[in-house]
Design a protein around this ligand. Structure first.
Ligand SMILES: *Cc1c(COP(=O)(O)O)cnc(C)c1O
Length: 392
């Protein structure tokens, strides 16, 4: 069965991906960046839940140099979808993955001498000169070679004829908060590595440090390329970072009213009887639940229906949640409700849901389940390449 076929009926609960807004965000970001600075669009985890291939096709058209990904599978989805741009695998590779990466032109970060030798040999065997990036850890203590021990590794890479040191990078532990002390310390340490490289005569094309927060707030750290993730999708990494006017959230979550119940005073709603109607109430049932990624809440949060807020009542179930539509008399069966996104003049933001979930916006975006199918809209103002590929 082809679930992507236009004829397959869409469940009355879905995520909507506005590719027109994505395109606009990319244009605003590209326009904000100095021309010489490249844009690496970070599309790991299915482009933060937006659909990596759709996002990548548009990002290529809007001037992204390449893509940041996390796993081999993610990279192969783009390669097989026809994306020819550089694909940079962030994070650490197992040695068993390197042969595959060389064969499919996936760029890896090598941060350790043994992996350098292995990659160099694989590249030489295939007669290739393979670009690599080195991740320098400058204080975040996650992936990468320590800033004060990195030079020998860089020298080793330069000495390998089958490798090309294309990039050196670091990653900020905190770039989007008002206090930039630690980010500045990290940038200083990275600068020491760059200086040591210059003294040692080690050339490199792409020096890159910035995620969305760094792109917005640390212009002196842009260097040759920025790695932008969450901002592409229209969500600012924090509430205090610089804002770019016109950036809009790309994803909405919607469901249709699948039942309406009239409650008499004293009657209850849902598992655990967590809500008791104080007066006569009209309750709409939306066929979406925590099994779809909605926060597991009770008597908290709301949906937008006819542009008005319908408060959630009772405890949310795996496949359903209940909202009070007493004050929205025009609401009827199969009307559209917005759980995340805009309707009328109101909006439930990704951040609103992150608060309900006691988590961060990144977690909300990436944790909508795939049984909520993605409906991409406004994707084809430049149809030439895309139309023949859609659904293919
Ligand atoms: C995920 C990631 C990014 C993108 O971060 P955003 O805050 O989403 O912009 C950049 N660089 C690295 C190394 C990452 O892992």
């Amino acid at each position: 069965m082809n679930l992507n076929s236009e004829k397959f009926p869409l469940r009355p609960a879905w995520t909507e991906i506005d590719l027109g807004k994505l395109r606009r965000n990319l244009q605003l970001i590209r326009g904000d960046l100095p021309r010489a600075v490249r844009l690496l669009a970070v599309v790991k985890d299915e482009a933060y839940g937006h659909g990596a291939l759709d996002v990548a096709r548009i990002a290529v058209e809007e001037g992204a140099w390449g893509f940041g990904l996390s796993t081999l599978e993610e990279a192969m989805t783009l390669r097989e979808g026809g994306i020819k741009a550089p694909l940079l695998l962030l994070g650490e590779r197992q040695e068993a993955e390197l042969e595959w990466c060389v064969a499919h032109d996936l760029t890896v970060c090598v941060n350790e001498p043994h992996a350098v030798r292995k990659l160099a040999k694989l590249a030489a065997d295939l007669g290739k000169r393979v670009p690599v990036h080195v991740k320098i850890h400058t204080g975040m203590s996650r992936y990468g070679a320590r800033w004060d021990e990195a030079l020998p590794l860089l020298q080793q890479i330069v000495a390998e004829k089958s490798l090309l040191l294309e990039g050196v990078m670091t990653h900020f532990a905190q770039s989007d908060e008002t206090d930039k002390t630690f980010a500045n310390l990290q940038f200083t340490r990275f600068g020491e590595v760059l200086q040591a490289m210059e003294h040692a005569g080690i050339p490199v094309k792409l020096r890159h440090t910035c995620n969305s927060g760094g792109f917005l707030d640390l212009p002196r750290a842009h260097l040759d390329m920025v790695r932008v993730g969450i901002l592409l999708y229209g969500v600012f990494p924090s509430t205090v970072c610089r804002k770019i006017a016109g950036i809009e959230a790309v994803m909405s979550v919607k469901a249709k009213i699948a039942a309406i119940q009239k409650l008499k005073p004293g009657e209850v709603v849902g598992y655990g009887m967590r809500y008791t109607a104080p007066t006569e109430r009209r309750i709409a049932i939306l066929p979406i639940g925590y099994g779809d990624g909605f926060p597991r809440v009770r008597n908290e949060g709301c949906a937008l229906i006819h542009g008005k807020r319908a408060p959630l009542v009772g405890g949310i179930a795996m496949d359903a949640l209940m909202v009070d539509i007493t004050d929205i008399p025009e609401a009827k069966m199969w009307d559209e409700a917005v759980l995340m996104g805009k309707q009328g003049n109101d909006e439930i933001t990704v951040r609103d849901l992150a608060k309900l979930k006691n988590s961060v916006t990144y977690d909300v975006l990436t944790n909508w389940r795939l049984r909520l199918r993605r409906k991409a809209v406004n994707g084809h103002p430049k149809p030439a390449v895309q139309l023949e590929r859609v659904g293919g």
